[in-house]
Design a protein. Structure first.
Lengths: 211, 80
């Protein structure tokens, strides 16, 4: 499994060697960022093929601009800001979405954040997860989230980045990350809890998993 | 201070992330002891968070890494 976090000292050492001529080491440097790059772009572009192409472009831009990385943020944060620009550039070009529609949504109170009040879904249905059914439900729920919530939940909960790194990668305030994450989780709980209660785990309660 | 369900829901996310101050956390814990509904909301929200972090839920497309590195090889082979 690819690690979700990278080590700043290791990154700095690798970058130094790549810039000094050991170009092949770039593969190793970018590997831990691949998932985050792809899922951030997928969340923006909502299309697998387009997100993959944009991810490749992002990796190439990172390579070409590696000498500009100053180390005042984490490497992955810097990479993700390049990915975000790549994604937003494509959206603008395609004019698939009006930019002002994003602003209109910005942290407004719009939306019902009341949770689904169910007492029957309390456990993680592990077997459905292994069969892949649960994955499809979750992906669909994420795709249905408004853009500003989707990006935050993707970086915070799926890629497990901290609040500071998420804020830096998305170019928003830490407070906004927290508010949006709360709303995103509430919307997901509301959407998913009624569907997931249908998956009854055969094994015992696995609530102990939660961190 | 007694808090109601609505109040607890506002802090669910921060509670899960351990970002609620001790005093409020104690209030929420006290509420949870007697409120089945809020317990269920907390558990199911926490389960959503647990599931999202599972790599089996969000997988890269098949062959993504191979194609990415093949494209990078082309780039790396270019002269500066």
């Amino acid at each position: 499994m690819t690690p979700k976090t990278s080590n700043p000292e290791q990154d700095a050492a690798l970058i130094g060697r790549i810039l000094a001529g050991e170009k092949h080491l770039f593969h190793e440097l970018i590997l831990p960022c691949e998932r985050s790059i792809y899922f951030l772009l997928f969340s923006l572009l909502r299309n697998e093929a387009e997100a993959e192409d944009a991810a490749q472009e992002t990796a190439i831009k990172v390579y070409r601009n590696l000498h500009l990385f100053r180390g005042d943020s984490q490497f992955r944060t810097w990479v993700l800001s390049i990915a975000r620009n790549e994604g937003l550039g494509r959206l603008r070009k395609a004019e698939t979405r009006r930019e002002d529609s994003l602003d209109a949504l910005m942290d407004s109170e719009a939306g019902d954040f009341t949770p689904a009040v169910l007492t029957s879904w309390r456990e993680v249905p592990v077997e459905a997860l292994e069969r892949g059914e649960l994955g499809a439900l979750l992906r669909k729920a994420i795709e249905g989230l408004p853009e500003i919530y989707r990006n935050v939940v993707l970086l915070r909960d799926i890629e497990e980045m901290d609040v500071r790194e998420t804020a830096a990668a998305l170019g928003i305030a830490e407070g906004a990350v927290k508010v949006r994450l709360h709303r995103a989780r509430a919307l997901l709980q509301r959407e998913l809890a009624p569907k997931l209660k249908g998956f009854t785990p055969r094994r015992g309660k696995l609530f102990g998993w939660a961190k | 201070m007694r808090i109601d369900c609505q109040h607890v829901w506002e802090y669910i996310s921060a509670y899960i992330d351990g970002e609620v101050e001790a005093e409020l956390r104690a209030e929420i814990d006290r509420h949870l002891e007697t409120c089945e509904i809020c317990c269920a909301v907390l558990d199911s929200t926490r389960n959503v968070v647990v599931l999202l972090a599972d790599d089996r839920v969000f997988e890269l497309p098949t062959g993504f890494t191979e194609r990415l590195h093949a494209r990078l090889d082309q780039e790396l082979a270019l002269k500066e």
